[in-house]
Design a protein around this ligand. Structure first.
Ligand SMILES: C[S@@+](CC[C@H](N)C(=O)[O-])C[C@H]1O[C@@H](n2cnc3c(N)ncnc32)[C@H](O)[C@@H]1O
Length: 349
């Protein structure tokens, strides 16, 4: 009897597990790429197997029973004869995973990663084909299917982390899953361009700055270089983001002043302790989703700011964030505006 309750699986995760059981019923060392619900179901289906798991959105110190959490590192795949999980969102993230898997799994290992048909592309097959000899797709079920890979072909240099210095005076380091990769996003560029106006408009000293949803840490690094006396906290819910940010700040020589945390909306930052928050909100397919997520993050920013502290936000000019910022944070001024991007500064009331 399993002591750990196994939560119900989403159809795509159930497909990944069923595909693994069909192709590799006797696996002994298993790597899971995906959420705990899938990892627990895998552990329950393979009693006695060693199970290691990576999930981009679950911090490594989160409790794990019956399996071990790993970062996206070669040790995650070392000696695995089965890799089962969910396809990541981007081809870059899949490439990061596949390159490490190819170097670690056994020669006869099965890899099966499932996704929703609408999120899958031919480029995902190509990414796997760069690292595995034999790649095919399962039959579809409930608008989902699995990509299967066999015959690892390690040897090429690992593609991630990669780095580049374009338009900023430091190298941007990126793991495959990090927002914008090793490039400068144009929204981030708009916020950097507004830095002179933002810092001139801020009232009071700046001892502690937060880069909320830090991605590769471009805003955190730029702020730390601009304000050599300030402490910076860079925070993101994604492991790939915090891993990238650590590399970016360390290589820029500001690592001793930048604390990097994996957190949901900066939840572990104490109330009223921050002088300025820099925020380039996450975006999705629908404006309504964008607004919900952004407003939640605005509330978090307001919570962590001291009264009189500033929140600088860049957003697509068609979004009506300014009214929400006035309501949630306080008086809000426009720092810059183009047809594409608006940058505002809100003062916490
Ligand atoms: C548009 S990107 C901006 C990244 C970076 N600040 C920049 O300007 O290049 C938004 C970031 O927010 C992060 N994010 C999304 N939801 C989050 C949440 N609930 N808590 C923390 N970070 C989140 C994403 O992982 C992503 O890295």
């Amino acid at each position: 009897m399993s002591l750990t309750p196994v939560p119900p699986l989403a159809p795509v995760a159930a497909l990944a597990l069923d595909d693994a059981r069909e192709l590799s019923p006797a696996a002994a060392t298993i790597t899971v790429i995906g959420p705990d619900a899938l990892t627990l179901a895998v552990a329950a289906s393979y009693p006695g197997a060693t199970v290691r798991a990576f999930d981009d959105l679950t911090p490594l110190d989160h409790p794990a029973v019956g399996f071990t959490r790993f970062p996206l590192h070669p040790a995650l795949f070392d000696g695995s004869d089965l890799v089962v999980g969910l396809l990541p969102k981007s081809i870059a993230e899949l490439t990061d995973i596949a390159s490490l898997a190819a170097g670690g799994v056994t020669a006869d290992a099965i890899v099966t990663l499932a996704g929703r048909d609408k999120h899958m592309s031919r480029g995902m097959n190509t990414a796997l084909e760069s690292w595995f000899h034999d790649v095919s797709a399962s039959r579809g079920r409930q608008k989902s299917r699995a990509l299967r890979a066999r015959g690892p072909q390690p040897g090429a240099p690992l593609p991630y982390p990669r780095h580049a210095s374009v338009d900023v005076p430091f190298a941007i380091y990126a793991r495959g899953g990090a927002f914008a990769g090793a490039t400068l996003d144009i929204g981030t560029r708009a916020l950097l361009d507004a830095f002179p106006a933002i810092f001139a408009s801020h009232r009071g000293s700046i001892e502690h700055i937060v880069d909320l949803g830090c991605g590769t840490g471009v805003l955190a690094t730029s702020a730390a270089l601009r304000l050599p006396q300030a402490r910076v906290t860079a925070t993101d819910r994604s492991w790939a983001a915090v891993a990238s940010t650590r590399l970016t700040v360390d290589h820029a020589g500001v690592g001793s002043r930048v604390t990097v945390t994996q957190d949901d909306a900066g939840a572990t930052i104490a109330d009223g302790t921050v002088d300025m928050v820099l925020f380039n909100p996450p975006f999705h397919d629908g404006a309504a989703v964008d607004e919900d997520m952004s407003h939640r993050m605005f509330r978090s920013a307001a919570r962590m700011l001291r009264p009189g502290g500033s929140l600088a936000v860049v957003y697509n000019s068609h979004l009506r964030h300014r009214t929400a910022l006035e309501r949630i944070v306080g008086p809000t001024d426009q720092m810059s505006r183009t047809p594409k991007f608006t940058v505002t500064l809100s003062r916490r009331r």
